[in-house]
Design a protein around this ligand. Structure first.
Ligand code: HEM
Length: 216
């Protein structure tokens, strides 16, 4: 039997560098999305608290500069991850067949990530555009938006997609980069389910609260 030895090549090290950058951008987005959920949930402490927080972000240009920067990271992350997304019908069929054949939880997670990514790309881009072209952010404006049926439905779909994507994202990164050891896989998976469940519940309570903010 003949063995082939693969030596690191220029294209191999480029791929590794791209992987590292993709991991860092992904991690930054995970942190952003969890913080974003907590900031939006400040409406639970009252519209004044939400407005004060939004005001703080705008006074220090965190919304005006950070927002477009975040949009750039968001799009770059997608285009880098797209290297691995099967776009042709033929490739999609192959992935679907092998995923079902393997029946392996972490392989299913990858499929969850690819499917949710498609929704998030389009819906996230629309959301960022709508919010950033209507600054300043106020509880009044956000509530008025959420109280129109379309946006409530929009967020009810985007919320679980984002939380599943983010949860599966950090779990898979942890496995890939060896932070989560094989022996801790089940424990980490359980933690991921709890954290994802917590943020979906928090998001739902936040949306419900917005429905009761009286719009002036
Ligand atoms: C600069 C970036 C962003 C800003 C300033 C921002 C701001 C906001 C604001 C003000 C709300 C309250 C609802 C509204 O006003 O319409 C909201 C809700 C929401 N945002 Fe963002 N957002 C940003 C990025 C994102 C991204 C990248 C995603 C996901 C792809 C996202 C997902 C959501 C979801 C799911 C809700 C509903 C929240 C809930 O139920 O707690 N946002 N965002």
């Amino acid at each position: 039997m003949q063995y082939q030895v693969a030596f690191p090549t220029a294209s191999g090290s480029r791929a590794a560098l791209l992987d590292l950058v993709q991991m860092l951008l992904g991690l930054a987005l995970v942190v952003f999305m969890y913080l974003h959920a907590l900031f939006v949930a400040s409406i639970l402490l009252g519209p004044q608290v939400f407005n004060a927080l939004a005001d703080f972000f705008e006074r220090y240009y965190l919304a005006q500069v950070g927002g477009p920067l975040l949009a750039l990271v968001f799009l770059t992350h997608f285009f880098m991850a797209a290297r691995r997304i099967p776009f042709s019908q033929q490739d999609q069929k192959k992935v679907w067949t092998s995923t079902r054949m393997l029946a392996h939880r972490d392989t299913w997670l990858w499929t969850v990530q690819v499917v949710t990514a498609m929704f998030i790309l389009i819906m996230g881009a629309i959301h960022i555009w709508v919010v950033l072209t209507d600054l300043p952010i106020t509880a009044d404006k956000s509530a008025a938006r959420i109280q129109t049926g379309f946006w409530l439905g929009f967020y009810l779909l985007l919320l679980p997609m984002v939380e599943m994507h983010v949860g599966a994202g950090w779990y898979r990164l942890g496995i890939k980069w060896g932070v989560i050891k094989s022996s801790a896989r089940n424990k980490a998976k359980r933690a991921e389910y709890y954290i994802t469940g917590f943020f979906i519940l928090l998001g739902l309570i936040t949306l419900a609260r917005f429905m009761f903010v009286s719009v002036s």
